[in-house]
Design a protein around this ligand. Structure first.
Ligand code: ADP
Length: 223
């Protein structure tokens, strides 16, 4: 990646190009970041090279190999190795050793995550666990999507309950009656717009609500 043209903070090193690493790398690419993908497997590197600008084959547990790639110049790196826990830990350690300022690492178990934190990862993510939680929540009531922003505080995308149809948010008394905040409303086929007290909600509209998990789920479960 000599002669990089983008701002330095737009450069990301992605170690491990399995399903998670590949999706992450291509999304970062479409967001305008310059990504260097690294994988130990020649066949993975070959299959990725069509869709990614910079992909190299290297063992990311080898700090010298990473140094040769110029890894220490990256402001951000992601260790997207999951299955091989030892390789994930050693690669994270190598990136910490190189002094990379922001390191994300994927963990497959709680113990794995705790070790990655101890080793020096700045942010540990648990994609399988988090997706399982998220999908379970979308199976409850009318919840379409669910994001836990903080312990017990969620954003839920759901359809408006029938009892709100034809009312403004003020008339529906969403805050005092349901104890949630409607953030945005989207009519079928339309676009999300920010909610105001005057926003009228129609049956079938999508609403994005924020609030305490129990209250938000109760709102999404109203018949
Ligand atoms: P996913 O579940 O997202 O598919 P995996 O853990 O199965 O993730 O895949 C991780 C990728 O990391 C694989 O493509 C594997 O070749 C790569 N990998 C494993 N060990 C190393 C290593 N030491 N250096 C670089 N890449 C590695």
């Amino acid at each position: 990646m000599k002669g990089r043209s983008l701002a330095k903070n737009q450069q990301v090193l992605v170690i491990g190009l399995g399903r998670f690493g590949r999706a992450l790398a291509s999304t970062l690419g479409s967001l305008g970041h310059e990504v260097l993908g690294v994988d130990a497997s020649a066949s993975i590197v070959q299959s990725c090279s069509a869709g990614m600008t910079h992909v190299v084959q290297a063992d990311a547990t080898d700090v010298d190999a990473l140094r040769q790639l110029g890894a220490e110049e990256f402001p951000k790196a992601v260790v997207a190795i999951g299955t091989d826990v030892q390789a994930s830990i050693l690669a994270t350690y190598a990136l910490v050793d190189l002094g990379i300022p922001r390191i994300w690492a994927k963990a497959i178990t709680a113990q794995h995550g705790a070790i990655l934190e101890r080793v020096g990862a700045h942010r540990v993510v648990f994609p399988e666990r988090d997706m399982g939680v998220r999908v379970a929540h979308t199976m409850v009531g009318r919840t379409i999507d669910y994001i836990e922003l903080d312990e017990g505080f969620v954003l839920i995308e759901t359809t408006a309950p029938r009892e709100m149809a034809g009312k403004t948010l003020l008339e529906a008394a969403v805050r005092s009656k349901y104890h949630v905040t409607v953030v945005c409303v989207k009519p079928p086929g339309g676009k999300f717009t920010y909610a105001t007290p005057e926003t009228v909600v129609h049956e079938g509209d999508l609403v994005l609500i924020a609030g305490d998990i129990k209250k938000a789920e109760a709102f999404a479960a109203i018949e």
